[in-house]
Design a protein around this ligand. Structure first.
Ligand code: PXL
Length: 279
């Protein structure tokens, strides 16, 4: 049965096409019941809107929500985390993974905290260290190269060969997750791809690189990956479907200069459903 109850824990950026406003519709389109635990509420994402974004950390609400769900015997088939509101929240999320999963629950961690060599505004080394500890609870970890370099205390470099990727994968598995999907792995100028590390084996899926990336595409990718995995696709198939879908979303967006802040992921939802054999 591929209808699953998935909990996604990440922020609500009210405007900006990232985090929960992306995860909810994508997981629903993949045919799953999607429950949410908002980590924080922001007026927009932190990536470049004019003025000052608002930020309300919801950490203090989480213990009571968790207790209620435990009392109500609510359990999840997958727990998928993204951008979290605070360092102290990460310990709470670890506890949720321990207590609210069904026996075969898959814990999927997107350590959404950095891109292009830099941490997102508001994050610091303490947050990185806490995120390292969440990696030990992850069945699947989905970092980009920047996040991988922060999580492993490695230098971030833009031009590398496979030995750099091998080093990152080795150090990431040392943090405790056996399956790693490393995104944005590029060995050629006009190509990028995902390196999938599973059962001590590497497989690479290369795809088109569109130079104009946008905010939230990591969330589009992770959500499509989780949606596909929970429909019974293998890890590699899910990584490939998520990559093809994300490329479509960026292609449907980048020519529209007014839409700089996110990807028009809605436009390719029918394609995602087709790739999953749903229509
Ligand atoms: O995962 C991207 C993301 C999520 N949430 C918030 C962000 C960003 C990226 O900038 O600012 C609040």
């Amino acid at each position: 049965m591929s209808y699953n109850k998935i909990l996604s824990i990440q922020d609500i950026s009210c405007v900006g096409q990232c985090s929960l406003t992306v995860a909810l519709p994508i997981l629903s389109a993949c045919g799953h019941e999607t429950c949410i635990l908002p980590s924080a509420v922001l007026s927009t994402h932190t990536g470049g809107f004019e003025g000052k974004f608002t930020f309300r950390d919801l950490s203090d609400d989480i213990p009571a929500i968790q207790q209620h769900w435990q009392k109500a015997h609510i359990r999840f088939d997958a727990i998928y985390t993204g951008y979290l509101g605070s360092t102290k929240q990460i310990a709470m999320v670890k506890d949720i993974m321990k207590t609210l999963g069904n026996p075969d629950c898959k814990n999927i961690v997107d350590p959404a905290m950095a891109d292009n060599g830099k941490l997102y505004v508001g994050f610091d080394q303490a947050y990185v260290n806490a995120m390292k500890s969440l990696c030990s609870s992850a069945d699947v970890l989905l970092p980009n190269i920047t996040e991988a370099s922060f999580l492993t205390d490695s230098e971030y470099i833009e031009s590398y060969d496979e030995s750099y990727i091998d080093m990152l994968l080795k150090k990431l598995t040392d943090l405790g997750s056996k399956t790693i999907i490393l995104t944005g792995v590029s060995f050629k100028k006009d190509k990028t791809g995902v390196m999938v590390y599973e059962n001590s084996k590497k497989s690479y899926y290369e795809h088109k690189k569109i130079s104009k990336g946008s905010h939230g595409t990591g969330d589009v990718y992770a959500s499509a990956f989780v949606g596909s995995l929970m429909r019974g696709k293998t890890v590699f198939e899910s990584a490939k479907i998520a990559a093809d879908y994300t490329v479509m979303c960026i292609e449907n967006t980048y020519k529209d200069e007014s839409h700089w802040y996110g990807a028009k992921f809605e436009t390719a939802l029918p394609d995602l459903m087709k790739m999953l054999g749903m229509c």
